[in-house]
Design a binder for this molecule. Structure first.
Ligand SMILES: C[S@@+](CC[C@H](N)C(=O)[O-])C[C@H]1O[C@@H](n2cnc3c(N)ncnc32)[C@H](O)[C@@H]1O
Length: 476
């Protein structure tokens, strides 16, 4: 791929020693499988032309102009220079943009850059859509300039790519990824935010810088509002931050401030900052309570569609011959019972497992409050569930919703031994999901599993994140 820049810049004769040192230092750090860094590395490797350059062609802090040709899974634009043999990663840019960027990290095959300005906009860019004054600096959002329909299309591509890179499955085993389901709210949707601050050694007498991480930097960006957070959180933000600032000199080290939107029985909202205080969230006919510091999905507006889809996937025969409608539902990594409760209808019994005793306490409470009487919850590592299940595997459907790092092999091996007839695997990290599903399907005990459907749900508008739901059936 040739850009104007390729023609303008000759490859320098001398190597940049400092850049090599930096890149070696980074190379020594193991890259965690499925992490953002690993995925970016794979994106870059997939784009670069060979042979690689023998010298790093730029200086640190050099400003360059570059044509963006690709949007990475982590939401950064990538441009290729020097006959496609070197990549430049520019946040807040889109394929088709020509941008000015300042290089702040140089590695052997790519540079990370700060976005400075758009010189020629992509046809997909609409800067009038940007709803936040910190967009372009804050590390939280990547896509505010991208029309929402295009954000959803990009998230579908991320899922497709994740299964290509990480599942190691033959493409014939992968169904086409369905279109991403959008969020009813695209701003003011986040029910939880966690601004934070650092404190210089020895404390401070001045005000703290409180906010979110600046893109590409290890420092905090001062933030006065967050337009993707709920209106109530934004309304309460100045007062909560003001109270922290009043105590600024008492902090010896940095901290994270929790802000969680909670709704009372009269529909009035308040913002909870105490991790142990109880939050109430409602959607559709359901009402959930849980400690503010515990896990709960952060986008309330999409929960009716999201939980409705999961229930449908648990029960859908997908046209499989001899498929028995499952009577029993197992909810692994159940948190405070979101799926156990919202998807319980139609099952004879539901059993959930969760490592946090606090969450299990509230899962029981949530079942009761929502008049769901067929549930049972146990505290422990997810694999503990398999010694507690008494239901026949051919009639048991399972939800698996682990944290970002995915499932460990102890859990997956026991799942394979048990062999539930249906698995609905939900994940906020499609890369570890693809790895785990690949593990299941490559395993001797997994050869009868078939993927029925893969679909993203956009729980995180304006950001690169996507929630991926994959449905597997064990055929007889
Ligand atoms: C992504 S959350 C999903 C929670 C729930 N399904 C929901 O949607 O509200 C993952 C949950 O797994 C729990 N968890 C983490 N590691 C676990 C483990 N090894 N065994 C069981 N639960 C675990 C966390 O406490 C968290 O509640």
């Amino acid at each position: 791929m040739t850009t104007e820049l390729n023609r303008q810049l000759p490859v320098p004769e001398i190597s940049n020693k400092r850049a090599r040192k930096l890149s070696k230092r980074r190379a020594k750090k193991p890259v965690e499988e499925g992490s953002a860094g690993h995925v970016l590395q794979l994106d870059i490797e997939g784009l670069l032309e060979h042979p690689p350059l023998s010298n790093i062609p730029f200086e640190r802090f050099q400003e360059i102009e570059v044509d963006i040709v690709y949007l990475s899974s982590s939401g950064d634009g990538i441009g290729l220079v020097l006959e496609g043999r070197y990549a430049v990663v520019v946040p807040f840019s889109l394929p088709g943009d020509r941008v000015k960027a300042k290089l702040h990290f140089l590695a052997e095959t790519y540079a990370l850059a700060d976005f400075l300005e758009v010189l020629t906009p992509s046809k997909d860019r609409d800067d009038n859509l940007i709803g936040c004054k910190y967009f372009g600096k804050c590390g939280g959002c990547q896509y505010q300039m991208l029309p929402y329909e295009k954000q959803l299309q990009q998230k579908k591509k991320v899922i497709e790519k994740a299964f290509r890179y990480f599942s190691k499955l033959d493409p014939s085993k992968l169904p086409q990824v369905e279109s991403t389901v959008g969020s009813p709210l695209q701003y003011n949707y986040r029910t939880k935010i966690t601004p934070h601050f650092d404190v210089p050694k020895g404390g401070t007498n001045g005000p703290l810088t409180i906010g979110f991480q600046e893109k590409g930097r290890r420092r905090v960006l001062d933030i006065e509002e967050c337009p993707i957070a709920t209106k109530k959180i934004n309304e309460s933000y100045p007062k909560i931050i003001g109270e922290v600032q009043d105590r600024a000199s008492t902090y010896k080290r940095g901290a994270t401030i929790l802000m969680r939107d909670s709704m009372n029985d009269d529909g009035e909202h308040s913002v909870i900052t105490d991790h142990k205080a109880i939050v109430t969230e409602s959607f559709g006919d359901f009402k959930f309570v849980f400690p503010a510091g515990a896990f709960f999905q952060n986008n309330n507006s999409i929960l009716p569609d999201f939980t409705g889809y999961v229930r449908k996937q648990l029960l859908n025969p997908f046209g499989h011959e001899n498929y028995q409608k499952p009577k029993y539902f197992v909810d692994a990594y159940c948190g405070s019972g979101l799926f156990s409760v919202a998807c319980s209808e139609g099952f004879d019994s539901v059993i959930g497992v969760e490592i946090s005793a606090d969450s299990v306490h509230y899962a029981k409470e949530n079942a009761q409050r929502n008049n769901v009487s067929n549930t049972n919850f146990i505290v422990g590592e997810a694999e503990k569930i398999f010694s507690s299940i008494e239901t026949p595997s051919a009639e048991t459907a399972m939800v698996v919703d682990p944290p970002r790092k995915g499932c460990d092999q102890v859990f997956l091996n026991q799942l394979l031994e048990y062999g539930p007839s249906r698995v609905v695997y939900i994940s906020c990290n499609v890369h570890t999901q693809a790895r785990d599903v690949g593990y299941i399907l490559h395993h001797e005990l997994g050869k009868n599993f078939k993927i029925d459907e893969i679909r993203g749900f956009d729980l995180f508008p304006q950001s690169h994140h996507v929630e991926s739901i994959l449905t597997l059936t064990k055929l007889n």
